[in-house]
Design a protein. Structure first.
Length: 261
């Protein structure tokens, strides 16, 4: 018993020391301005822990708040979280009900959470929002309205989001603008195109992190991720620690970003 207690104290001390060391190291380098997070492995984590899959999303939801705070403390200005893909909409009704319930709690918390005001975070939902229920759409609008005064930090919440759908939606808007005579076809270039995306020409992600060991983007920010550094980690989303995030940033800082040059 006493041995276990000593062991846990020692481990805690080592962990804290390592976290501080990493933090100092990372603070000396160039911080990514925009990070994309693919929050994967929630159900697998829950099953391994002996919980129901829904519990995985509940723990995952709590972890989102923790990780966002780490990002804001580090001075990362834009964070995009992949909460629900268009493919995820085919999951069982029970699972979707639980995810939408959590999303509602999340947007309600944005309206009340002092951290949003403290870090001056502008919130924007991106995706096929029209497929969501009226209550959720209303909460999203309220959260966006309440935070539109902020420009310091930005949080994009990708919900009912698909990268191909986003590109198709942008294409339709561009065709409409051309037909109305508001846009000349010869003026369409990458810059103009990106302004028609849900992210409206905002800075592309410098770094995209996916948890759970899966190594693919699953349509996440399909256009915007063209030159992003990708970092895949084996840990499941609910168990991600600050040292995992710091290691990802350290790896990003060590990689030489050349944009094809
Ligand atoms: C992927 O894990 C994650 C999701 C489909 C949903 C992620 C949503 C949350 C963590 C909670 C909602 C958060 C907010 C901010 C509203 P998975 O279900 O695919 O798990 P698996 O890969 O282990 O099967
Ligand atoms: Mg998954």
């Amino acid at each position: 018993m006493i041995i276990n207690w000593i062991r846990s104290r020692v481990l805690k001390y080592i962990y804290e020391y390592y976290e501080k060391k990493l933090l100092n190291e990372v603070r000396k380098g160039k911080m990514p301005e925009h990070i994309g997070l693919i929050l994967d492995g929630n159900r697998r984590w829950a099953i391994e822990m002996g919980f129901s899959p829904e519990k995985g999303h509940e723990f995952g939801f709590e972890k989102v708040k923790e990780v966002l705070k780490w990002c804001w403390e580090l001075g990362i200005n834009i964070v995009t979280i992949y909460v629900l893909s268009t493919e995820n909409l085919n999951r069982s009704k029970e699972e979707l009900d639980n995810l939408f319930r959590l999303a509602k709690i999340g947007f309600r918390e944005i309206l009340e959470n002092p951290e949003i005001d403290r870090y001056k975070v502008r919130v924007k939902a991106i995706g096929k929002l029209e497929v969501l229920d009226d209550e959720l759409i209303d909460l999203i609008k309220k959260a966006e309205e309440k935070t539109k005064k902020y420009s310091e930090n930005k949080l994009y919440i990708a919900i009912a989001y698909g990268g191909r759908t986003e590109i198709l939606d942008a294409t339709k808007k561009i065709v409409e603008a051309v037909l109305k005579g508001e846009l000349n076809i010869n003026d369409i270039n990458e810059d103009i195109f990106s302004k028609y995306l849900y992210t409206q020409g905002d800075k592309d992600p410098d770094l995209i992190i996916r948890t759970s060991g899966e190594e693919r983007l699953s349509g996440f920010l399909l256009w915007q991720s063209a030159y992003s550094e990708l970092y895949f980690m084996d840990v499941y989303w609910p168990e991600i620690r600050k040292i995992d995030l710091l290691r990802a940033i350290r790896t990003y800082q060590k990689r030489h970003r050349r944009f094809g040059r």
